[in-house]
Design a protein around this ligand. Structure first.
Ligand code: PEP
Ligand code: MG
Length: 880
């Protein structure tokens, strides 16, 4: 049976709807052609062809070579040029083009078709012999490296030697004769490297080039990039074969890249770079430092104005900021590529908001364009503006934000140290896509060379990694692992601070401050609030955090962990005294000490929240977090015995040791925590309930605000536990009301964080006014993995080797633990249809988990204050 699949599409056959088949670049070229934007003629080999070859060990599907041949013939017919013809030679580029843009990760071959037979004709047609030989030597180099796998050094050494011999500083200083000789040298070198197998037939070269682009889909840097961006390996890449246009035909030719808005800030302004007499790779790879686009008006005014009009047309057509590549050949403009531009988080928000204002998109479309992670990035710190440090050098502000880190001089080292959690600034002469694994884990990237649109800048911006590019005059010694800046040498481990928004670099670590949140950010939040169903609360334990949460849009406190109020060194002793108490009198004394501290904290939270609901959870201290460590306490006692410390001290430490031994548990996370502690010592919940109510009444009196009191019992597994705890709480509360002669409304609810509680939620709901799912413990107990140990142990390996997709402590295990949440909601509501339900585990701030919580009908999520804007947006996106 013959394969009827269509693997090759002419430019006029495609459009943007065929993106999955033609890749982003191919589909956009076809679309540009369709709307009348000048693009060089082309055909595209589909992603399906790549996938078929990939799935068949690299063997092409039947008919593909013939279809490429036919596509070539049609291209030759349309252009009136022929591949390999000595009269009217066709030259083509062969470029990768995946469905999702992967800048610079795969291979490209330019000038294919130039050969001994055609080089003279190319020279004659261009009226420029130097240009033709320059093309030819570039082609041999590129084709040799990319398709035949010859080491770049082979060609670079020859080029360097030629330049030294001729006293040439730049490539452009070499004459036509020099380049002709260099071409001959390149040919001989290439042929020698391949043991005499160098192919000079352009048709053969074309097929081999297409194959090399297919293969580059699987190269390591593309794999790393795909993984980081969550792009599936199964998609494959398309290959675009396009007639060459030349930006290096002399001073009326140019090449460049431009954006329809500034991708760093989102401002609608002229943004781009160009070089006259150059080919595209010179700009993108940062080999020559390009000129700002504004200067093009003086050099090539007509093409400049056509470019501006084209940029506007493409943005309007695509309703999104465009990232474009163009070439001007003898004054005539061609667009080589357009795609939705990668941008910083700040630019994402600004362009989305501006485009709503401009009537280009709706508010819902804007919300769908802003990834919750973008808002998160906006909340990252900048450098304290009050600093007085002087920059040691200033480069290009390539990707904004602030970064402090220790220096690393190669990507492997950065990946290794960054992977271990070290804060890294990666210092490179210029970053190539091969460095991606190092860039990804660095706080910031500093380069000596390259422009704002070089790969280093594009990749860093896309990933929200601070980058200062092209820092002038810095001298990097990658082998000696040092960089000299203004005469001072910095080595591995020395710390620098980068300001990616200004390009400034500072010695040492400067203080960072949280960023300010602007009007656009607020607007997005308001749009999100208008569509979301889920409420968003915050987890906070004091006035400051609660105030921050409210400022960021929290609609209440979903979890105040009362034990967190005692983490501070000056308060810890009071809790220890309470836990270690040997009798009720001792415990009562400790509790009396704790009560006023708690009351002050509660008053702070109630005041900050101005009547919004506040869920205060009663004490849940895993004992190991609050008690002296058994081993350390034993050692301390031994030391005191050996050094003959005074008797009173020794006796006290011995008593503590005895208590610690008595309370020691092998699995404290599954031990006497939460309501279990309160069941053993009812005076604890009694004291806490009193402190809560006294605080609420005091705030009511002082501020005149209502107070939304919700008292929450942790770690409940049995209805009987909740019943008993509820009775203690209610008795204490009513007693306080009676004493004060005042009362207010309050709720008593429970955490659902033990599988048994979820499974028996219908029973538990009889005693609960609300449920809050504690997905941290529910994950721990539902999967049977320790919160304390798993991530440092096997769990990391599980994620790396894809035994599981994601760390379940970061993103909810929807298909497993999620069932417990869904069941808990359903069963709880079967008893009490109006039962209020929320979640307060870390998953409450994770966008993927939020989508799930929305789907099972929870009323709200609660997360850390800085995640609140993220959660509001994620909640909105989950209903769009
Ligand atoms: C939980 O278990 O999800 C929870 C919110 O409580 P904690 O993290 O304090 O145990
Ligand atoms: Mg818990």
């Amino acid at each position: 049976m013959t394969d009827q699949t269509k693997y090759v599409y002419d430019l006029s056959e495609g459009d943007v709807s065929l993106k999955n088949l033609l890749g982003g670049k191919g589909a956009n070229l076809a679309e540009m052609n369709k709307i009348g934007v000048p693009v060089p003629d082309a055909f595209t080999v589909t992603t399906q062809a790549c996938v078929a070859a990939m799935n068949n060990g690299g063997t092409w599907p039947q008919g593909l070579a013939e279809q490429i041949d036919a596509g070539l013939s049609r291209l030759e017919e349309r252009t009136g040029k022929t591949l390999g013809s000595p009269d009217k030679p066709l030259l083509v580029s062969v470029r990768s083009g995946a469905v999702f843009s992967m800048p610079g990760m795969m291979d490209t071959i330019l000038n294919l078709g130039i050969s001994d037979d055609t080089v003279e004709a190319v020279a004659a047609l261009a009226g420029n012999e130097r240009f033709a030989w320059d093309c030819y030597r570039r082609f041999i180099q590129m084709y040799g490296e990319v398709v035949e796998g010859i080491s770049p050094h082979v060609f670079e050494d020859a080029l360097t030697a030629m330049k030294a011999d001729r006293g040439a500083e730049q490539d452009t200083d070499l004459s036509a004769a020099d380049l002709k000789e260099l071409t001959r040298q390149f040919q001989e070198l290439a042929n020698r490297e391949l043991g005499g197998d160098w192919t000079s037939d352009p048709k053969q070269q074309l097929l081999r080039a297409v194959n090399a682009v297919f293969a580059s889909w699987l190269n390591p840097r593309a794999e790393v990039y795909r993984k980081s961006q969550g792009i599936s390996r199964d998609l494959g890449t398309a290959v675009n074969v396009q007639e060459m246009v030349f930006g290096n035909r002399g001073e009326t030719s140019a090449t460049g890249v431009c954006f329809s808005r500034n991708p760093s800030t989102g401002v609608k302004e002229l943004y781009g770079e160009f070089l006259t007499n150059a080919q595209g790779e010179d700009v993108v790879a940062g080999i020559r430092t390009p000129r700002p686009l504004a200067e093009m008006e003086g050099v090539l005014p007509e093409a400049f104005h056509e470019l501006l009009a084209t940029m506007d047309a493409l943005e309007l057509h695509n309703k999104d900021m465009q990232d474009m590549e163009f070439t001007i050949e003898d004054g005539k403009l061609y667009m080589l590529q357009t795609r939705n531009g990668k941008r910083t988080a700040a630019a994402t928000v600004k362009t989305a908001v501006d485009m709503v204002d401009e009537g280009l998109i709706t508010t819902d479309e804007a919300l769908l364009r802003i990834n919750p992670a973008d808002l998160d990035a906006l909340l990252h710190p900048g450098i304290d503006p009050d600093h007085t440090a002087t920059p040691i050098v200033k480069g290009l502000p390539a990707s904004p934000g602030a970064a402090v880190g220790a220096l690393s001089f190669d990507a492997d080292d950065a990946a290794e140290r960054g992977g271990r959690g070290e804060q890294i600034i990666l210092v490179r002469y210029e970053t190539t896509p091969d460095d991606i694994h190092g860039v990804m884990v660095s706080q910031g990237v500093l380069t000596a060379h390259g422009g704002m649109t070089s790969h280093a800048a594009v990749v860093a911006r896309g990933m929200g990694i601070t980058c200062v590019a092209g820092a002038p005059g810095i001298k990097i010694d990658p082998l000696g692992k040092t960089v000299a800046i203004d005469g001072v040498v910095y080595g591995t481990g020395d710390v620098l601070t980068l300001n990616g928004s200004t390009g400034e670099v500072f010695a040492g670590a400067l203080p960072l401050v949280p960023p300010s949140i602007n009007e656009d950010f607020e607007k997005v939040g308001r749009w999100a609030d208008a569509v979301r169903r889920l409420g968003v609360r915050a987890n906070a334990e004091n006035f400051e955090d609660a105030s921050k949460a409210r400022e960021l849009g929290a609609e209440g406190i979903g979890l105040a962990r009362t034990e967190h109020m005692f983490m501070a060194a000056d308060r810890l002793p009071a809790v220890r005294k309470m836990i270690l108490a040997e009798n009720e009198d001792q415990r009562a004394a400790a509790l009396a000490e704790i009560l006023p501290m708690q009351q002050v904290d509660f008053e702070g939270i109630f005041t900050a929240m101005k009547g919004l609901p506040v869920t205060v959870r009663l004490l849940d201290p895993p004992l190991h977090e609050f008690l002296p460590n058994l081993v350390e306490q034993s050692v301390l006692v031994k030391e005191l015995e050996l050094t003959g410390a005074d008797e009173a001290r020794l006796a006290a430490e011995r008593a503590t040791l005895a208590q610690v031994k008595k309370l020691h548990e092998q699995n404290p996370m599954l031990g006497t925590r939460g309501c279990r502690l309160a069941m053993l010592y009812p005076s604890i919940p009694d004291m806490q309930a009193r402190a809560i109510i006294r605080a609420a009444l005091a705030v009511l009196e002082r501020e005149g605000e209502t107070v939304g009191v919700e008292i929450m019992i942790p770690l409940v597994a049995y209805e009987s536990e909740l019943k008993a705890q509820r009775e203690i709480v209610v008795a204490a509360v009513e007693d306080e009301f009676a004493k004060a002669g005042k009362r207010l409304d309050y709720l008593v609810g429970t955490m659902i964080e033990i599988p048994r509680a979820a499974l028996t939620a219908d029973q538990i709901a009889r005693e609960a006014d609300f449920f809050s799912f504690g997905t941290n413990d529910l994950t721990q107990t539902g999967i049977g993995i320790s919160r304390d140990d798993a991530e440092a142990g096997f769990l990391g390996a599980y994620v790396d080797t894809e035994v599981i997709e994601k760390n379940p402590f970061e993103s909810l295990d929807v298909s497993g633990v999620g069932q417990l949440v869904a069941l808990g909601v359903e069963k709880g509501r079967s008893t009490k249809p109006t039962l209020k339900t929320g979640v307060c585990g870390e998953h409450g701030g994770d966008p993927a988990s939020i989508e799930f919580f929305n789907s099972v009908g929870l009323d709200y999520v609660s997360c850390s204050p800085f995640r609140v804007p993220v959660a509001r947006l994620a909640a909105a996106r989950s209903v769009l």
